[in-house]
Design a protein around this ligand. Structure first.
Ligand code: HEM
Length: 556
């Protein structure tokens, strides 16, 4: 039995490290260390640090005594360097590692973000999970900074496997990889060729008047759809509509009309639902036995159904836009983003079309969750809502780029909402070099999760961390308008809603404009009140449990 387990683990680890680890020498080191760990496990060690008491070990066999510290040339004893397998964490079982936690139903994946808070309290700044590969969870700000600020040319983020499996089964539609999952040179090529338009300051600034129009339509839609008492019953639906309308306008260069009730047709609602559901299935695919890799389980079939709806619906929108574009023969100097992508050399058509679809899809659920959390935080304090309205009171018609730049209080509210209610609770990286983190030596190729949400809610990093306090992001000034010293917030560096480095989200600037304008227009027109309690669930992204009810009262 033990031999089978060792062989199985050896095969799986070799396979995973071959796919993740670019350096063969490191693979051998990792394998060696993993086999040593197995020997420890076989002897009943549950993976807690050797200094920990009460290991909960069920075996009568005592673990071997730790090797004596190695003497230096001067005869001094250096402390033993602790390896990945010394990191504390839940008990690891043969074959299933720590996955059993998700079978017991106590720590369901929908609340996995809360589980990590608890894990941090229990195990401290670093915790080891074992799936098919070991996963190191970081909760400490300084460790996260080391990993995330590593000056990488091509940062490695682990791919979303279920997307890879599905896409490789449809070579008629998808290229070998995509921007979100690609690594190395290929990632760099996709990143440069697909995102230059949506990150261009010039293009985004010229897009501000259109976003103004769309946000005005959004306000009209709220007025039309609210009930007699001012309540919008399913806010998520209209938040999805505005996200899709804005990204289609930016990428395809045309208004789709999703904010006028009659165009909110079946197809669009199905698309929004499919995007939401596909995130749920991606989230679920990370946990449990992952049988979907070998047989088309219900989870996999549901995921495929959503992916096909997304592809069919957005591909249709893109092809109609392309036809209209060709009919109108626009001035060649002013190309819409999708035309520039389609004309890019070096990528095949499948990569371009699926790249455009990915950009559009990425902008729907992320925006609507972020907006729902932000409005929830602002609904708690009427003064904050007034202050935002005040900040834009001089903007009678269009809000300009300059108004956005000067909207310090509104931006502080958005930043504080990212801190206290992020949509992405952690960032994943694969280490490219050996790292020393919280006293443990981690080898290149190790998969690391940086739990920024946990760090953002820690009193070690933020003063009164559990309070929504936009003021913490504002400079305080005395009566002579000089900046006065205030307690610096140590954790500012881990508020990373869009990630960091070369792999960070290319949609950040679009969202900055979109969110600031939406909030400005909402509070210019309304005072809001959340009518439903806000509960969050993990669906790959953090999402509000729907439906959300918000009351919009006209601002007097
Ligand atoms: C509030 C909204 C959004 C949030 C919170 C968000 C968050 C993130 C995060 C945390 C990452 C990973 C970054 C990293 O690993 O360092 C990411 C990647 C990505 N996001 Fe977003 N995002 C949002 C909106 C958007 C939009 C509007 C688009 C498209 C226009 C987009 C497209 C992408 C793409 C393509 C990637 C992969 C980038 C790469 O690997 O090079 N996102 N996003």
């Amino acid at each position: 039995m033990s031999v089978t387990i060792v062989l199985f683990y050896t095969f799986v680890t070799l396979f995973m490290f071959l796919s993740y680890n670019p350096k063969p020498k490191k693979i051998i080191e990792s394998m060696r260390s993993f086999l040593l760990h197995l020997l420890h496990q076989h002897n009943g060690d549950d993976g807690r640090p050797t200094t920990a008491t009460g290991t909960g070990c069920s075996s009568n066999i005592q673990p071997p005594p730790p090797p004596p510290p190695s003497p230096t040339e001067s005869g001094e004893c250096l402390p033993k360097v602790k390896s990945i397998w010394d990191i504390p964490g839940p008990r690891r079982l043969p074959l299933i590692g720590t996955k059993w936690r998700y079978f017991l139903g106590r720590q369901r994946y929908a609340k996995v973000h809360e589980t990590f808070m608890e894990m941090h309290r229990r195990y401290g700044p670093i915790m080891l999970d074992v799936d098919t590969v070991p996963i190191v969870n970081l909760f400490d700000r300084v460790d996260m900074e080391k990993v995330l600020k590593y000056p990488s040319r091509f940062p490695f983020r682990p791919p979303t496997e279920i997307v890879e499996v599905y896409r490789s089964s449809r070579p008629d539609r998808f290229g070998v990889t995509n921007l979100i999952n690609a690594q190395g040179e290929k990632w760099h090529e996709l990143r440069t060729k697909l995102t230059t338009g949506i990150t261009s300051r010039r293009i985004l600034q010229s897009f501000i008047p259109s976003v103004n129009e769309i946000c005005d339509d959004f306000v009209d839609l709220v007025r039309r759809q609210r009930a007699d008492d001012g309540t919008i019953r399913n806010f998520q639906d209209i938040a999805n509509s505005v996200g899709l309308e804005i990204i289609c306008c930016l990428v395809l260069g045309r208004r789709m009309g999703y904010l006028t009730t009659n165009r909110q047709n079946e197809k669009f609602l199905r698309l929004a639902e499919a995007v939401k559901e596909s995130f749920v299935y991606i989230g679920e695919s990370y946990y449990g036995l992952k049988l979907w890799k070998y047989v088309p389980t219900r989870l996999y079939r549901n995921f495929v159904r959503c992916e096909e709806i997304i592809y069919d619906t957005i591909a249709e929108i893109v092809y109609v836009a392309l036809e209209e574009e060709q009919l109108n023969c626009p001035d060649n100097d002013v190309k819409h983003i999708f035309i520039s992508i389609l004309q890019t050399e070096g990528l095949d058509t499948k990569e371009k079309i699926s790249g455009i679809i990915d950009l559009i899809t990425s902008a729907i659920e992320t925006l609507s969750n972020t907006l729902s959390f932000l409005l929830h935080n602002l609904s708690q304090t009427v003064e904050y809502q007034r202050e935002i309205a005040q900040e834009f009171s001089h903007c009678v018609q269009n809000i300009t780029n300059e108004d956005l730049v000067n909207a310090r209080f509104t931006k502080a509210c958005i930043q504080e909402s990212y801190r206290i209610s992020p949509t992405t609770p952690c960032l994943a990286r694969i280490l490219e070099e050996d790292f020393q983190l919280s006293g443990y030596h981690l080898q290149a190729g190790t998969l690391v999760l940086c739990h920024t949400r946990v760090a953002c809610q820690s009193e070690d990093n933020f003063h009164r961390a559990d309070r929504f306090l936009p003021e913490r992001w504002l400079e305080q000034r005395d009566e002579n308008h000089n900046v006065v010293n205030k307690r610096p917030e140590l954790g500012a560096s881990v508020v990373l809603p869009f990630g960091i480095g070369r792999r960070m989200c290319p949609g950040q600037k679009v969202i900055d404009i979109e969110l600031t304008l939406l909030v400005a227009k909402i509070f210019q027109n309304f005072e809001i009140e959340y009518r439903s309690p806000l509960d969050t669930q993990f669906q790959f992204l953090l999402a509000p449990r729907t439906p959300i009810e918000i009351r919009f009262r006209d601002r007097t």
